[in-house]
Design a protein around this ligand. Structure first.
Ligand code: SAM
Length: 379
C-alpha cells in the first residue's frame, strides 16, 4: 500500500486535533492545546513520526505529558495539574509555553511518538469491577475467590479488593473493598446496588489468587514503563493521576503476576496459577475489562471454548465482562446500553453447568457511574 504524502497526512492529523478540541472542550489544557495544534503545522508535524494507525492526538499529548513529568522545570509543565497540582495551575493561555517546549524538544518528542502507542490501565474501573465481583460471588460467598484478568496491562485492577470503592446514590452511599486504603475509587451508583450488596452482607470478598495475561504487560517495577502509562492519562481529570500513582505504590511491594502472551492461549495456565494461590476449590472469576474489543470475532469464540473446557475442572467459574456493546459472545441481543457506555456482563458455570448469561447493567467506561442490578439467581 502506498503511503499518503506528508501534506495529506498532516492535514488529516490537524483535522483530528480540531475534532479533539471540540469533543473535549471541557478540558481547558488539552482542548486549548489541540485547538492550536490544529492550526500550527510545525507542532502538528511531530505526529507524522507515529507508527501506522497510531497518529492520533492522544499519542502527541501523551508524549508531551511524558516530557513534562520527566522535566517539571520546562515552561509547559506549569500548566499540568499532574505536575504541579491542580490548585497551582495559573489562569491564562498555556499555548506559548507549550509551543516553546514542544519545538525546543522536538527530537525527544518525535522519538517517543515513533516508538510508543497509547496504553490504559484505569484504576477507577475498580468501581464496576468491585460491584461485578460482588455480584458474581453472591451464590458462593463461602468459596475462596481468585481473579484472572485478561488484557491486564500493569495489573492494577487485580488489586481491587485492596482499594476503597465508594458508591454514592441519592438513597445513601456504600463502600466496597478496604475502607482504609490510600487508593480511593468513586462512582455514582444510579441503581442503589451498593446498598443492596452491603445490606445483604454481600460485599466484595478478599481475592486469594490474582493473575493477569497481557500481550504487552507493563512492569510495575519499571520506572520507564509506568511513567509512559501515567503519561497516557489525561492530567486534567481530577484525581485520575493521583489514583494511578497510589495504586501503583500500593501494589508494587507485592505485584500480581501478569503473564505475557495472548489471552486465549494463556488463559488455562493463568487459571492454574490462580488456583495454586487460592486453592483448587477456589471460585475463579475471569475478568475482561476493555480487552475483548481487541479480539477478532473468531478469537472471542475461541475464548468461550476455553472457558467451557475449564468449566469441566473448575467447579465455580465466572466470566465478568466490562466491554463495549457487542464484544461478548452470548450477551449479544441482551444489551440495552447507554450510548458509549460499558456493558457489564456475567457468565457463570457451576459444577460444569452453564447458567444463562446475564447483563448486569451499564457503566461509564471509567467507572464514573454505574447502573447495575444483581444476577437473577442472586436475588
Ligand atoms: C485498553 S487496555 C485495558 C487494560 C485494563 N483491562 C483496564 O481496563 O484498565 C487493553 C489491554 O489488552 C491487551 N491486549 C490486547 N489484545 C490482547 C490479547 N490478544 N491478549 C492479551 N492481551 C491483549 C493490551 O495489551 C492492553 O494492555
Amino acid at each position: 500500500m502506498t503511503r499518503a504524502p506528508d501534506a495529506v497526512r498532516l492535514a488529516r492529523i490537524q483535522r483530528r486535533f480540531g475534532e479533539f478540541a471540540t469533543e473535549y472542550a471541557a478540558l481547558p489544557l488539552y482542548s486549548t492545546v489541540c485547538g492550536h495544534v490544529a492550526r500550527d503545522d510545525e507542532t502538528a508535524s511531530l505526529l507524522l513520526a507515529a507508527r501506522p494507525g497510531q497518529a492520533r492526538p492522544v499519542l502527541w499529548l501523551a508524549a508531551l505529558h511524558h516530557l513534562v513529568l520527566c522535566r517539571p522545570d520546562l515552561p509547559a509543565a506549569r500548566w499540568y495539574p499532574s505536575v504541579i497540582g491542580a490548585a497551582s495551575v495559573p489562569p491564562g493561555d498555556p499555548w506559548p509555553d507549550v509551543r516553546r517546549t514542544v519545538l525546543g524538544h522536538a527530537d525527544e518528542l518525535t522519538r517517543l511518538i515513533a516508538t510508543h502507542g497509547t496504553q490504559t490501565n484505569e484504576v477507577n474501573r475498580s468501581v464496576y469491577v468491585a460491584v461485578g465481583l460482588a455480584a458474581a460471588t453472591v451464590d458462593s460467598r463461602e468459596v475462596p475467590l481468585a481473579v484472572v484478568e485478561l488484557g491486564a496491562s500493569a495489573g492494577l485492577l487485580l488489586g481491587v479488593d485492596r482499594y476503597a470503592v465508594e458508591l454514592s446514590s441519592p438513597t445513601g452511599s456504600a463502600l466496597l473493598g478496604d475502607g482504609a486504603s490510600p487508593v480511593r475509587c468513586a462512582g455514582e451508583d444510579r441503581s442503589g446496588v451498593g446498598a443492596l450488596l452491603t445490606g445483604t452482607g454481600a460485599a466484595l470478598p478478599p481475592v486469594h489468587g490474582r493473575v493477569g495475561v497481557d500481550l504487552d504487560p507493563v512492569d510495575l517495577a519499571s520506572v520507564d514503563e509506568m511513567r509512559w502509562l501515567e503519561a497516557c492519562l489525561w492530567p486534567e481529570v481530577p484525581g485520575r493521576v493521583e489514583r494511578f500513582r497510589a495504586a501503583a505504590d500500593l501494589l508494587r511491594g507485592d505485584p500480581p503476576t501478569v503473564l505475557r502472551g495472548d489471552m486465549v492461549e494463556r488463559l488455562t495456565e493463568a487459571v492454574r496459577l490462580a488456583r495454586t494461590d487460592a486453592g483448587d476449590d477456589a471460585h475463579v472469576v475471569v475478568l475482561t475489562s476493555w480487552a475483548m474489543t481487541y479480539l477478532p470475532a473468531a478469537r472471542r469464540r475461541d475464548l468461550v471454548a476455553v472457558l467451557d473446557e475449564l468449566a469441566g475442572t473448575v467447579s465455580h467459574l465466572s466470566w465478568l465482562t466490562a466491554e463495549p456493546r457487542g464484544c461478548v459472545p452470548g450477551l449479544d441481543g441482551h444489551e440495552d446500553p447507554v450510548e458509549g457506555s460499558t456493558v457489564l456482563g456475567l457468565r457463570r458455570w457451576r459444577h460444569g453447568h452453564a447458567l444463562p448469561p446475564t447483563v448486569l447493567g451499564t457503566c461509564h467506561p471509567h467507572g464514573t457511574w454505574i447502573d447495575v442490578s444483581l444476577p437473577p439467581a442472586a436475588r
